[in-house]
Design a protein around this ligand. Structure first.
Ligand code: URP
Ligand code: ZN
Ligand code: ZN
Length: 427
């Protein structure tokens, strides 16, 4: 019943009209393991739009010994004016000290950065110890923010990597064998315990396995709510992919792919409401970059390209195959992230006064994924040749047509930094 003259009419009959996707876990143009992830803000957000993701949240990495503000300006330098789609930042605190402590409130109140990422792994690079973790949690709790975590036991992993290398076990398979499920379930439980003690709202990123999910289920028994994110690759790919020669490097990511039983747990977790978000942890590297670890798995840059395919893979493998409902699809691909990360109802829903981030999705259209046609700046596809049913046809971002007929319609720089507020799911 809109009484306005439309600038443009799009025929969406027979299609699904859904909120634009939100991917709250991406790494664009990130310095990591001696190189940079190969998608920058321009290629990464453009690829995201083509797959129906209208907003991403990237991670700023504090350099140990430097301030959070220093890192923020570095990331602003790379992102300002370069994005096609909307974006925000989580602040990764890698050096929590008296100076950093003072910056937490400034991030929340002045910069609209309300979530703080921690690493319990990547020992010697990004990892913080439990003393820093508890200190940070106390401060974030005071400021009304949220602590997120890469929850794997960095010391155990460090030990296993060194052991495998000393035994001459250097193939990509040993990346997987250096991060067994127990390293993730132990750290997830420890993180949940520290969050329970401090009372801080907690979110576990890229959860892969049954053991870790059970730690969150256990925390729920004492009425603690721990938010859980998994990533599309953990739902649809498994560790058999490591049982090949160096091709397995395409799947070297942390944590690694797991077993079929873990996939079943994660799908069940989505339906039970224990897994809240399906993200990507998009962190692409060109094949030449992956080859940095040709003779040593520990030197393969960790990361997986998926920013463009998350929504279509989740629809095809999840909704079309009867694993999740259409409502769950919208929740885990968009609405829950908007709520958890303080952007709701501006983002993550369709309604009066919201941002009008919309996708028009053909649920029956079949198409094939291939590096020949994807928009990501990476020269292989982890899903080469996969046939999917369901395709994102048009995308609107803040009311503007951003993608139509496979062509980007907005200019570089249209994507805006979105200041976030406090989580609407935390009571
Ligand atoms: O392998 C991964 N996940 N690379 C990106 C960094 C991280 O741990 O999220
Ligand atoms: Zn991680
Ligand atoms: Zn990540």
């Amino acid at each position: 019943n809109l009484q306005v003259q439309a600038d443009k009419t799009i025929d969406a009959s027979g299609k699904l009209v859904m909120p634009g996707g939100i991917d709250p876990h991406v790494h664009l143009d990130m310095p990591f393991m001696g190189t940079f992830s190969s998608d920058d803000y321009s290629t990464g957000t453009n690829a995201a739009l083509h797959g129906g993701t209208t907003m991403v949240i990237d991670f700023i990495l504090q350099t140990q010994g430097k301030s959070l503000h220093h890192a923020l300006s570095e990331w602003q330098g790379r992102s300002n004016g370069n994005a096609f789609g909307d974006y925000s930042f989580h602040m990764a605190v890698t050096d929590f000290n008296e100076d950093t402590k003072k910056e937490i409130a400034q991030m929340v109140e002045e910069e609209g950065i309300t979530s703080f990422k921690t690493f319990m792994a990547y020992k010697g690079a990004l990892m913080i110890d439990d003393r820093q973790m508890v200190g940070l949690m106390n401060e974030v709790k005071k400021c009304g923010g949220l602590v997120t975590v890469h929850a794997t036991n960095g010391d155990m992993i460090d030990f296993l990597i060194a052991k495998h290398r000393s035994e001459g076990k250097l193939e990509p398979l040993y990346h997987y064998l250096s991060q067994p499920e127990i390293t993730e379930s132990e750290a997830t439980g420890r993180f949940a315990d520290m969050a329970f003690h401090t009372g801080v709202p907690a979110y576990v990123v890229h959860m892969t396995c049954e053991g870790a999910l059970n730690q969150v289920r256990e925390a729920a028994r004492r009425n603690q709510r721990v938010f859980v994110e998994t990533c599309i690759q953990y739902l649809v790919l498994d560790a058999a992919l490591y049982e090949q020669n160096f091709e397995g490097a395409k799947y070297v990511m942390s944590p690694p792919l797991r077993e079929k039983k873990d996939q079943e747990s994660l799908w069940a977790g989505i339906n039970q409401g224990t897994v809240n978000v399906v993200a990507t942890d998009h962190c692409p590297f060109m094949w030449e970059q992956k080859k940095m670890g040709l003779n040593d798995f520990s030197k393969i840059p960790n990361g997986h390209p998926a920013i463009e395919h998350r929504m279509e893979l989740l629809f095809s493998e999840g909704v079309n195959k009867g694993k999740i409902s259409l409502n769950k699809f919208v929740e885990v691909s968009s609405t829950n992230a908007a709520k958890i990360f303080g952007m709701y109802p501006r983002k993550g829903t369709i309604g009066i006064g919201t941002d009008a981030d919309l996708i028009i999705f053909d649920p029956n259209k079949k198409h094939r994924l291939t590096a020949k046609t994807h928009h990501m700046n990476v020269d292989y596809s982890a899903y080469e040749g996969w046939e999917l049913t369901g395709k994102c046809e048009s995308v609107l971002l803040r009311g503007e047509v951003a993608v139509e007929n496979g062509i980007t319609q907005v200019q570089k720089g249209y994507g805006k930094f979105i200041k976030r507020g406090k989580s609407s799911l935390v009571v």
